[in-house]
Design a protein around this ligand. Structure first.
Ligand SMILES: [Zn+2]
Length: 227
């Protein structure tokens, strides 16, 4: 069940007050995609996970809070141009703006997730936004790789970050880089499910498959030549 609440909030950047629909809770029925995207109805509440101030354009998970860098980033011309960039659907622009602020604040894991959510928003917007989705995935990869280099985890389990990066690379057809992440993941993974997931990613990469796949497609048993 998905529940909402209409609340009046004060923007942490410009202090203007306005109404927002807040997501209180949601759930999902069915397996997620390989990149962690949940099944409906949680899948459909993507638009409620980002807020944008209609006055200054500040974008955040919660606009009543802002890192110290937010004001400076929001006032920049390139930020405002991104918020109006029609190459991306509006929802994706909000997530990309959120990513830019979190990156400036040094929260690289958060920034990476926001860029991935932007990619999902592009996927939902149809074939006209295929290039935009690929751009967002490249951005998510860059941010997650940077997060990893700085020792900021973006998924808790050993091998899970590599499985996510492999999926991001695979979806944009960069199979060699996906393969490197799969190898790296297999070297450190401890859970059986993640090991099978990485092996499944390898099979998809070898088949040059760039489509969306779900966790229920991960085989119960890994053929030996996939590991
Ligand atoms: Zn504002």
């Amino acid at each position: 069940m998905t529940t909402f609440l209409e609340v009046e909030v004060s923007c942490a950047v410009c202090e203007s007050r306005h109404k927002h629909t807040r997501l209180l809770s949601t759930s999902s029925f069915g397996p997620p995609d390989l990149d962690t995207r949940p099944a409906p109805p949680a899948r459909l509440s993507l638009a409620l996970q980002v807020q944008c101030c209609p006055v200054c354009g500040y974008c955040a998970w919660d606009i009543t809070k802002a890192p110290p860098e937010a004001k400076r980033v929001v006032s920049r011309q390139d930020y405002q141009a991104l918020l109006r960039d029609s190459r991306f659907p509006y929802l994706a622009r909000m997530f990309l703006c959120l990513a830019r602020i979190q990156e400036a604040a040094g929260n690289l894991s958060d920034a990476g997730w926001a860029a991935l959510y932007a990619a999902w928003a592009c996927d939902d917007a149809g074939v006209d936004f295929t290039a935009a989705a690929a751009w967002c995935r490249k951005r998510a990869i860059a941010l997650f790789v940077k997060a990893r280099a700085k020792g900021q985890p973006f998924l808790p389990e050993s091998g899970a970050e590599e499985a996510l990066l492999a999926d991001l690379y695979r979806r944009i057809g960069r199979f060699d880089e996906a393969e490197k992440e799969i190898q790296r993941g297999l070297e450190r993974v401890s859970s059986d499910l993640l090991r099978r997931l990485l092996a499944f990613q390898r099979r998809l990469c070898r088949a040059r498959d760039i489509e969306i796949h779900r966790m229920d497609e991960v085989p119960e048993v890994i053929p030996e030549d996939d590991v």
